[in-house]
Design a protein around this ligand. Sequence first.
Ligand SMILES: Nc1ncnc2c1ncn2[C@@H]1O[C@H](COP(=O)(O)OP(=O)(O)OP(=O)(O)O)[C@@H](O)[C@H]1O
Length: 392
Amino acid sequence: MVASLILNRVSRTTSSISLLRVTGILGFNSLNAQIHGERISGTFCRERSLATLAEGASHFDEMVSVNQRKFYLLGGKGGVGKTSCAASLAVKFASHGHPTIVVSTDPAHSLSDSFSQDLSGGVLKPVQGVDSPLLALEITPERMKEEIKSQTGDKSVKKMMDSMGLGMFAGELGDLKLEDMLNAASPGIDEIAAISKVLQFIESPEYSRFTRIVFDTAPTGHTLRLLSLPDFYDSSISKITKLKKKITEAASAFKSVFGKTKEIQQQEAPNELDQLKERMEKVRNVFRDVNTTEFVIVTIPTVMAINESSRLHASLRKENVPVQRLIVNQLLPQSESDCKFCSMRRKEQTRVLGLIQNDTELSGLKLIQSPLLDAEIRGVPALKFMGDRIWR
Ligand SMILES: Nc1ncnc2c1ncn2[C@@H]1O[C@H](COP(=O)(O)OP(=O)(O)OP(=O)(O)O)[C@@H](O)[C@H]1O
């Protein structure tokens, strides 16, 4: 409380985008901030920079106003600030009264580092220092593998077909295990684990009160696989279901000769694969619906990052995943007296912002400008500070 009052006063009484000054007053991460502060003032620019960035609001009021549950996925190239932006958004939602879950699907998790709290272990953990409920989860494949195993048991396809009364046809499928099918699938276990969690959030009453679910996603390639996974399984399951139908028809013809039609009708009941297919469709639909999902692309003002963001948006568009906002993070703020280095970087970033405006994929998105702060963003007060600059 005291901390946030001081933070508010600091934000109101200075136009400086200075996390250093805030961290100094609050006394958190002070050594870290000092190190970064010295580096910035020594190497980059002697003057404290001023917040004169062009307006680039996120229209946060739109994001917060809807009571219905919404998934926010933040993604982009490695190292651009996805975790910091996702964590700051989660804190902001929670501070505005939305019970929120923040999930990392990146195998190289950094939520714990970002919040400066231990959020590891693959289970939902409460984030300390936020008023409303905010839970965080770093998905760990190993833990998810165990969960999947405990849910499915050690069922082989043969056993499943036995239970459907089709054991005699299962020979061809041999000892193929459901788990092997999961492991053999082209998307990795990380993506499967993430989808399985999404399903839990959607289906389990335990999570129904959480109205905002923010994903800190893995760098681009992983994330695209994650989003295409429901389709991948949908088509795989369709193939298996077709095969099963053929086998059932063959069994039906075979059994009808012996007058066992009643038993065959029972086999028409929905089975595990049909249920899995339905659940995959559910996830697929949630990720494609503008009312339930928004993918926010995070980038930095370099040509390489912008090009990758443009490709990412093209892929998301193809997948029909809703995208409305683009965060350009780590923008060097204006300064009263530029050193040569800063002035060159600033020219370069102005050129890159121009590229965004002329990029057919990116120009239609709401551009959010996020300043380069003068310290590493770690801990809830720092995330609040960053969030107040991005999500406004
Ligand atoms: N606007 C900013 N100002 C200052 N530092 C920043 C800013 N955004 C991010 N950082 C710092 O950059 C580093 C990388 O940020 P972050 O972990 O959020 O990126 P990421 O895209 O999630 O990385 P990865 O792809 O490795 O998961 C962190 O040390 C973070 O504190």
